[in-house]
Design a protein around this ligand. Structure first.
Ligand code: 1PR
Length: 596
């Protein structure tokens, strides 16, 4: 009775599979990694946590001989659980790589999200917490059999099984036999999970979806192979009845089904060694982290792993660690920092970002380490994304320089490029530390100033020639200058140039700080955020200056930002994460609420 089916995980070496391993261990289950063909015979259940790109996944399955082995395993009727790319490989093909064939278990294509929506520009990748509508098949299940409940799950992907009623082969009814849940991003509807006989797969990451994701994994792990392999209830075929069934599936859900992507709240931990050499969470004002009195010690607001755990339990949608003095040493020798990520990933089941020192480095013994290697060490420790700061500024300067000389702008060698190629662009965040530079408008013809002209891009806001709330008459006009090394050095490049440049290099997200607002509690710099948000199509996390829950309402109502980050108010327990979410919810702004 107590026999636990032998569980195997298929890993092809891309990205963070440690989180899945941690989730399974946390749920009290053992597993083995698939090492050779015989493991497919021994496996009584199999999970394939695909990450990265479709073509890369398929090519690696083919070159290792796993393609046929996996196909045979699925045909054998034993339970299969695919995650993200592990779901997409089941499909016919993907727009991501039209010449690469999928496993063809689901006769349906994978396509790219549109970057335009009825509201205008739409951010791709679809990154964050979104809900799933239960399908007809799911409604036929008893409470015990259900794999998913009405919760939000964490998604990060640019391609999906998109429904398109204009073609019979991509309509809702053509997929209703397979679809377990549907989700919506903007005006597009896609299959967020599927279940057909022994195959279950989800587009989101259960191992990163907090208690809801752990619950899904637990239900699948607990279910007997026989019950998981039962043939699926027949689905309605007429599109009008399936429409009704999808939409009325959750009449009394408190989760406001159909609300779409939620506004993300990120807790940020700036980490550095204090004067005694211990790694502490610190917090500065305008990047100065030392106490003003008492001998000017580094402010100590707690221990990194403990604080990360606290924020997970309090409902943070993501956690970011910034190793703020990392540029002084080699990241790979920084074992305490790798240890912080490793230990945090054991108890934190939402996405973890790690920043600081992600660049090409040389160890004291002369060994060269590429940014890709450094990032790889963090991914293997449990990070989902790496954040690149100073190096991103230098990389964009070099890109603009090559472009101005008429050369190929993309060198293919920068950390942003190599890491996004190896692990997908969703894994690469660029952290920007801009500072306002005020312009002396008392000078006649200040707009003609040669140096300033270069930054006109930044000074242009919509149809105005200056920043939105800037007051030209009072001489309050500014642009945003980029800095490196934690705000210590300024560079001659503005924030819009940088944001556009890193998007071209392959960054998947921007973490937008403000040196002026950091630690001030004055609220987010809305001008800065709109400026950057309008310049790029990738998600922007707004950071610096949060002083109250209302500041979060303001940033989500007045800008198009996808996420808002705070540090000081959370560390000092001035505002709880759930209070921020409650306040947002009251204002009709969708958020993920979870009960632990
Ligand atoms: O340049 O790639 O090694 O990365 C270094 C990273 O460390 C960058 O992401 C940079 O932003 C960060 N950093 C460097 N020095 C500091 C510092 O504070 N002295 N911190 C620093 C950045 C800003 C946010 C902060 C928000 C919210 N701090 O991390 O959490 O401003 O704060 P608030 O809510 O209290 O206002 P590289």
């Amino acid at each position: 009775k107590d026999h636990k089916p032998k569980l195997y995980i298929l890993d092809y070496g891309a990205g963070n599979v440690r989180s899945l391993a941690n989730s399974i261990k946390k749920l009290g289950y053992e597993f083995e990694w698939v090492q050779d063909e015989s493991d497919f015979d021994k496996a009584e259940k199999l999970i394939f946590p695909g990450v990265g790109a479709f073509a890369q996944a398929m090519t690696s399955l083919q070159s290792s001989g796993r393609y046929e082995q996996l196909q045979r395993y699925i045909k054998s009727g034993k339970p299969y659980f695919g995650i993200c790319i592990g779901m997409q490989v089941l499909f016919e093909n993907s727009e991501e790589s039209p010449s690469t064939k999928g496993l063809g278990v689901v006769p349906f294509p994978i396509r790219k999200f549109s970057t335009q929506d009825s509201k205008g520009k739409k951010t791709v990748p679809h990154m964050g917490w979104n809900c799933a509508w239960r399908s007809y098949a799911q409604q036929q299940e008893g409470e015990e059999e259900k794999l998913m409940l009405d919760e939000d799950y964490y998604f990060v992907h640019s391609y999906a099984a998109l429904l398109d009623e204009s073609s019979p082969s991509t309509s809702k009814s053509s997929i209703s036999e397979y679809a377990y849940t549907l989700s919506r991003y903007g005006s597009e509807t896609f299959v967020s999970s599927l279940k057909k006989d022994n195959v279950f797969a989800c587009q989101f990451h259960p191992e990163k979806s907090g208690p809801a994701g752990l619950d899904l994994l637990r239900r699948w792990l607990e279910a007997s192979p026989a019950s998981l392999s039962k043939s699926t209830a027949p689905s309605p075929t007429s599109s009008s009845s399936s429409d009704r069934i999808w939409q009325e599936s959750n009449p009394d859900s408190r989760r406001n089904v159909g609300k779409g992507l939620t506004n993300r709240i990120v807790a940020c931990l700036d980490v550095r060694s204090n004067d005694a050499g211990d790694l502490v969470v610190t917090k500065g004002d305008q990047y100065d982290v030392r106490e003003k009195a008492d001998g000017g010690e580094v402010r100590n607001l707690g221990k990194p792993v403990e604080l990360a755990r606290r924020y997970y339990l309090e409902g943070a949608d993501e956690i970011a660690f910034l190793n703020i003095t990392s540029f002084r040493s080699s990241a790979l020798l920084d074992q305490p920092m790798l240890d912080v990520v490793r230990k945090s990933a054991e108890t934190v089941f939402v996405p973890l970002t790690i920043g600081g020192g992600i660049k090409d480095t040389t160890d004291p013994d002369g060994t060269k380490r590429s940014a890709l290697e450094v990032a790889g060490a963090y991914f293997r420790s449990g990070a989902d994304k790496v954040s690149i700061g100073s190096e991103a500024v230098l990389a964009v300067e070099a890109l603009l320089d090559r472009e101005s000389r008429g050369e190929e702008p993309l060198s293919g060698t920068t950390g942003i490029e190599t890491i996004s190629q190896g692990y997908g662009n969703q894994a690469v965040v660029v952290s920007i530390d801009p500072k306002r530079v005020y312009v002396d408008t008392s000078k006649p013809n200040w707009r003609e100033d040669e140096k300033l002209k270069k930054h006109l891009d930044c000074l242009v806001y919509g149809d105005k020639a200056i920043s939105k709330t800037a007051d030209e008459e009072k001489g309050l006009v500014w642009w945003y200058q980029c800095t490196i090394s934690g705000g210590r050095d300024v560079r001659d490049i503005d924030v819009v140039q940088l944001a556009k440049g890193v998007e071209r290099l392959g960054a998947g997200e921007i973490l937008l700080n403000s040196v002026d607002r950091d630690g001030s509690g004055k609220g987010f710099d809305l001008d800065l955020i709109s400026l950057v948000k309008n310049a790029v199509s990738i998600p922007v996390v707004s950071s610096s200056g949060a002083g109250s829950a209302d500041d979060f309402v303001e940033v989500f109502q007045k800008t198009e930002t996808e996420a808002a980050l705070a540090a000081g108010i959370f560390h000092r327990k001035e505002v709880a994460i759930d209070d921020v979410k409650l306040t947002l919810e009251k204002e009709g702004l969708p958020v993920r609420r979870c009960e632990l």
